[in-house]
Design a protein around this ligand. Structure first.
Ligand SMILES: [Zn+2]
Length: 304
């Protein structure tokens, strides 16, 4: 039996909406209801929907005005029997049967504009996150460490890392000096920073495990760091605990919650009421930390 402390996989890379899934009826182009209706209000900022430099063969670029903003999209005709809407990193793509007129396609986009803009916004956030991840790995780049943002500096004449701050109570802007030349490429910078973060994870998780073992009188057989991309921690029935080293990016309350969650499994190998009572006994008031962790998806963390 195995506990896995994880969240569901993140958003799909492409968000897809199928319309006209019934037999085509060119006289009544009213599309079916979308599978989900956005409830939250739209942000006021507009999303850029630029024409891609290379349009796929057989497709054309088109723009339609909606109440919120103009939406550009790639239109492709096909033999399919329905209009397909796909939002991906390349923007909005519409696939429509030949019998549907351009004005019918435009009307569909206007009607589905809130769904489309919501998906475009998600894609934009994803791209921004990727771009930001890339800027970490250079002199002056920042990385999250124990809930703070620390700054990477290169060009240090040293044979080891130098952290100019309290190692386990860091502050925003504290400097981590890596033993690399100024012109080190991003991969080397990333690997060096990861190695330091993993050392800190080993030290900090070890300290916190010892602390909570004392509190709970529960003893794992052994523990080690994991590099899992889909889970934060796990505990198996042999009493072995694994903790994702990337937890070191988070503040210590979140790390404590994951550690206590796994320690509680040494007594209750399930997620029953007794289990949560055990978590509460060891770490009273853990709710906010658990809720905060739920906002993060382990699959996004390899980026940082
Ligand atoms: Zn669990």
């Amino acid at each position: 039996m195995k506990c896995v402390n994880s969240t569901p996989n993140g958003m799909n890379q492409a968000q897809q909406l199928e319309l006209f899934t019934a037999d085509p009826d060119p006289i009544d182009p009213t599309p079916a209801a979308p599978p989900q209706t956005p409830k939250e209000p739209l942000a006021t900022t507009t999303i850029a929907t630029p024409c891609p430099p290379d349009l796929p063969a057989g497709s054309r670029w088109r723009e339609v005005r909606t109440a919120d903003q103009a939406i550009g999209f790639v239109l492709r005709r096909s033999r399919r029997k329905s209009i397909g809407l796909v939002v991906s990193d390349d923007g909005l793509q519409i696939t429509a049967p030949g019998w549907v007129s351009l004005s019918q396609i435009d009307a569909t986009i206007v009607e589905k504009s809130r769904w489309i803009l919501k998906k475009l916004r998600i894609q934009q956030a994803r791209r921004e996150q990727l771009a930001m991840a890339d800027t970490h790995w250079q002199d002056g780049g920042t990385i999250p460490y124990l809930g703070k943002r620390i700054v990477i500096r290169l060009g240090v004449a040293s044979d080891g890392w130098l952290f100019e701050g309290a190692p386990f109570t860091p502050g925003d802007g504290d400097v981590l000096r890596l033993p690399l030349p100024h012109d080190a490429d991003r991969l080397r910078v990333r690997d060096s920073a990861h190695a330091w973060l993993q050392r800190k994870a080993t030290d900090w998780f070890g300290l916190r495990l010892a602390h909570f073992q004392g509190l709970s009188q529960l003893q794992p057989k052994r523990w080690r760091l994991s590099s899992a991309t889909t889970r934060w921690g796990s505990c198996n029935s042999d009493g072995n605990i694994m903790l994702n080293w990337r937890l070191i990016h988070f503040n210590s309350a979140i790390i404590d919650y994951v550690i206590v969650h796994e320690i509680a499994h040494l007594k209750e190998m399930n997620h029953s009421k007794d289990f949560w009572r055990e978590v509460e006994r060891i770490l009273p008031g853990f709710g906010p930390a658990r809720d905060a962790l739920r906002q993060y998806d382990p699959t996004t963390l390899p980026l940082i």
